[in-house]
Structure formats: C-alpha cells, structure tokens
Design a protein around this ligand. Structure first.
Ligand code: SAM
Length: 247
C-alpha cells in the first residue's frame, strides 16, 4: 500500500493513512528517523524497513518475495506522496510484474497543491521534479524543454527546487523560456508561513536574486504562448530528442 503523509501540517494525515500504517506488517520508509517520529506521535509501534535510492534496487526483489508470501507493507516517503520525486518506483514496478496488487492511500502532494494555488492553467501540466543542480546539465535540460515547447507543447510546468538554488533556477528558467512567462513560487505549503508569490519569471528571478528564500519550494511556469503551429513530425522529433536526453 502506498501511503501519502503530510507535507508539513500533521493534520493532513488521513484516517485511512493511519489505519494502513497500523495494519501493515512493516512500514517501508525513506528515513526511519522521520517516519519513526511520525509513527511515535500516532502511538504506532511498527517495524520499519529502510527503502531509499541507495538500496531500492537490491531490496525490491526481496520485498516482492515477502509480499508474494503474504506479507503486507505500507510504503511512505519522508513527506507527501511516495514515488513523486521520492523512492518507490522500482518496487512498484517489480510488484506489478510479479502480479501483486498494489493500492494507495492518496493524500498530500506539494506539486498538485502548488498547481492548484498558482492561478496558472491547471491542465495540461508537466511535472519535471528537480532540475539538475549543476548549471551545465540544467541549461541542457531547459534547452530540451524549450525544444518540446517550440514543437507545440503548451503546458504549465511544475518543478521542485531547494531554497538555496531558487534564485539561480529562476534566472535559468527566465533565460531559457523568456522573462515574460507567468510564473509562481509556492513556499512552505500547509505550514505556518505558507506563501504563493505570483509574477513573471523575470520579476520572480529579480525578487529572489536579493530576497532570502526559506523552506520548501515549488516553482510553476505558465504555458508557452502559442507559436506557429508545429507539425506532428516536429513534435515527434522533439519528444524523441527529449526522451533520448533523459527528460
Ligand atoms: N513526495 C513529495 C510530494 O508528494 O510532494 C515530494 C518529495 S521531494 C523529495 C521534496 C520537494 O518537494 C521539496 O524540496 C520541495 O520542492 C517540494 N515540497 C515538499 N513539501 C513542500 C511544501 N510544504 N511546500 C512547498 N514545496 C514542498
């Protein structure tokens, strides 16, 4: 069972999530200190099994064997919905391949909440997760993205970013996609200092060039303006190039 947990506000832990955590034979978690704290606050004494990016490939077959033998696991990440820029995909894929039924307790997710609050068109949207941290690979990825947009993709973009990289990420986005693009920065969602700042990419880049950004952050960029209609072959070629590049 994939179990979503709060992204800041503990009141967002649903009754179904609590029941799933209580009923599981073990809780698969990214960081046992984080999940241990959550379980302790709820009075749940569950066995925890670490599952993170460094051990997931090795653990997945063993966990699938145990599920096939009848054990039930609840998979959580440190916050929000597992698999979304978090571990779990390899395990889910292995479980599906083994014919094991996978279900989920849906719940908090920063990307979707930020999208809903941004005031930007909610669909179609393209969730990009984190951009590469280094400027070269980040510029290359943004250039591939721009290629897809030129070929006709017109979607709101949703990204995660670390606070210390926000200013340079916004500057890189403004340079690659254009400073006039409408955008938003959603910070500390569901927490005391929740804030959504809306403006053009250029305005937001200028603001965060000097203002300190704290806490957890999503960046949203409105759809590319309609350009000359692209042919299906152009879109196909741009998508192939993007996929080859790992986007
Ligand atoms: N699985 C999580 C989810 O469902 O949202 C996301 C995990 S990802 C490792 C963590 C990133 O999500 C943070 O660096 C930030 O970009 C974003 N994030 C998480 N909580 C947030 C919050 N309360 N407000 C804004 N962004 C948040």
């Amino acid at each position: 069972m994939l179990v979503a947990t709060p992204i800041g506000n503990l009141g967002d832990l649903s009754p179904r999530a609590l029941a799933a955590l209580r009923d599981a034979d073990a809780v698969l978690c990214e960081d046992s200190r984080v999940t241990g704290g959550l379980l302790a606050r709820q009075g749940i004494a569950a066995t925890m099994i670490p599952l993170h990016e460094h051990n997931e490939a090795a653990q997945a077959p063993r966990l699938v064997e145990r599920m096939a033998a009848g054990e039930s696991f609840a998979l959580v990440s440190d916050a929000g919905t597992p698999l979304v820029s978090d571990p779990g995909y390899r395990l889910v894929r292995a479980a599906i391949a083994a014919g094991i039924q996978v279900s989920a307790v849906p719940g908090p997710n920063a990307a979707v909440m930020a999208l809903a609050l941004s005031g930007l068109p909610p669909h179609p949207f393209l969730f990009l997760g984190f951009l590469p941290a280094r400027s070269g690979p980040r510029a290359a990825e943004l250039s591939r993205l721009r290629g897809i947009e030129r070929a006709g993709l017109s979607a709101t973009l949703v990204l995660y970013e670390a606070p210390h990289r926000l200013a340079e990420a916004l500057a890189a986005l403004a340079e690659a996609l254009g400073p006039e693009r409408p955008a938003a920065v959603a910070r500390e969602l569901t927490k005391r200092f929740e804030e959504v700042r809306r403006g053009s990419l250029g305005d937001l880049a200028a603001h965060y060039a000097t203002a300190e950004a704290r806490g957890e952050i999503c960046i949203l960029v409105g759809p590319a303006p309609e350009e000359a209609a692209a042919g299906a072959a152009d879109i196909d070629a741009a998508l192939r190039a993007a996929l080859a590049g790992g986007m």
